[in-house]
Structure formats: structure tokens, C-alpha cells
Design a protein around this ligand. Structure first.
Ligand code: HEM
Length: 183
């Protein structure tokens, strides 16, 4: 929501995609998500720049092994800096820019690691991805959104393993006609 409020043109495009799919008589449903690629790309781009667990979960090697060519003796703690990988200019064009369109290029989403990777990756990834898209899609479909003033939403990160916002989001919203129709 913070990113969408700072980029109203992206918010409009997402709303257009939803309206085109659902028409003006029904609410977006979980089954619609597969047919809303732009909405999915917004969620991917948000996880890229603001991964919910920027250092994943601390892991420890149970045996001697190699990771990316480095020797990892048994018992070594490994922290994966996904935040840095998601902003690496060697991997991403204009890495600091919020640009959901980048995921229209095939294979770009394969570079994301917001749910970790491999055997200990998040088992709730598919559920979480769908629910985040569904929740965001519902908010976009049902309300007009605006910043509380001209100032951009502050995206500064606060302290904590899950990278909370330093300043909680405040926004203005107004119900769209669809809400009156279906409620
Ligand atoms: C947006 C939501 C979520 C995000 C961003 C997220 C992200 C993550 C990440 C990064 C890890 C660590 C992976 C690693 O160390 O490589 C993890 C682990 C885990 N997640 Fe999630 N997760 C989310 C939602 C969920 C949900 C909905 C569930 C359950 C229904 C879930 C269950 C778990 C469990 C059980 C683990 C530990 C797996 C293990 O250690 O083997 N997560 N998650």
C-alpha cells in the first residue's frame, strides 16, 4: 500500500486490471489472482525491495560443506542477506526503483528469495503469496486511496528481524461504488 500510494500511476494500472477482469458487479476472488499478473508483479516487486525477513532465518550447518565456494565447517551459522541480493545492481536493472513491470520479463521472478530456497524454504509460500495478492487486490478494488498530504510515504526501515516500517502507514480511503453494490 505504501508503494502504491507513492506511485499512483501503478495503483491506477492495478485497479484497471482488476476492474477489467471483474467488471463492476462482483468482488475479486482468490481464483482471480492467476489472471491478475500486474497485481502479482506489484507484490513481487514489494517483496524484492522490502523482503519480510531480510536475513531469512539463521541456519547452522550440521556437517562440513561448501556454500558458494566457501568452506563451511560443521556448526557454522549462516545468515543470507536477501535484502542485498534483491538490490544487487549485477542482478537487477535500476535496482532501487519500484517497477513491477520488470517481472514481465521471463525468468526475473526466479531471482527472488523472499521465501528462502531449498529444503528449508517457507512451506507457506504458495498460501502467503496468494493471500497477500488477494488482500491487496481487495483493498485496491474496494477503495480509492490517497496519501494524507503531498509528502511521500516514508519508506524508512525500522528495527527488527521482519523489517517493520519506521513510521506506520497512514492513508485516506473512500469506498468505491462496488462496495455499496455488493454489501
Ligand atoms: C508473506 C508471508 C510469508 C513470508 C514472507 C515468509 C517467509 C519465510 C522465510 C524467509 C522463511 C525462512 C526460509 C529460509 O530460511 O530459507 C520462512 C520459513 C517458514 N515459514 Fe514462512 N513466510 C510467510 C508466510 C508463511 C505462512 C502463511 C506459513 C504457514 C502456513 C509459513 C510457515 C513457515 C515455516 C513453518 C517456516 C520454517 C521452515 C523450516 O525451517 O523448515 N510462512 N518463511
Amino acid at each position: 500500500m505504501s508503494n502504491l500510494l507513492n506511485h499512483p500511476e501503478i495503483l491506477n494500472k492495478a485497479r484497471g486490471e482488476i476492474d477489467e477482469l471483474t467488471g463492476s458487479d462482483r468482488l475479486v476472488d482468490e481464483q482471480d489472482i492467476v489472471n491478475l499478473p500486474y497485481l502479482q508483479n506489484i507484490v513481487s516487486e514489494t517483496f524484492r525491495l522490502y523482503p519480510a525477513l531480510p536475513l531469512l532465518v539463521a541456519r547452522m550447518s550440521s556437517n562440513d560443506c561448501k556454500v558458494a565456494g566457501y568452506d563451511m565447517p560443521r556448526g557454522t551459522m549462516l545468515l543470507t542477506n536477501v535484502w542485498a541480493m534483491h538490490r544487487d545492481p549485477k542482478l537487477w536493472k535500476e535496482p532501487e526503483r519500484f517497477k513491477p513491470e520488470r517481472f514481465e520479463e521471463q525468468g526475473e521472478d526466479k531471482k527472488l528469495m523472499q521465501f528462502g530456497l531449498g529444503r528449508r524454504a517457507c512451506p507457506g509460500a504458495a498460501l502467503a503469496q496468494r493471500l497477500v495478492c488477494f488482500a491487496l487486490g481487495s483493498l485496491v478494488q474496494c477503495f480509492e486511496w490517497k496519501r494524507v498530504d503531498e509528502k511521500y510515504v516514508d519508506m524508512t526501515e525500522g528495527k527488527g528481524a521482519s523489517m517493520p516500517k519506521a513510521t506506520p502507514l497512514r492513508a485516506m480511503c473512500k469506498a468505491r461504488p462496488i462496495v455499496g453494490k455488493v454489501m
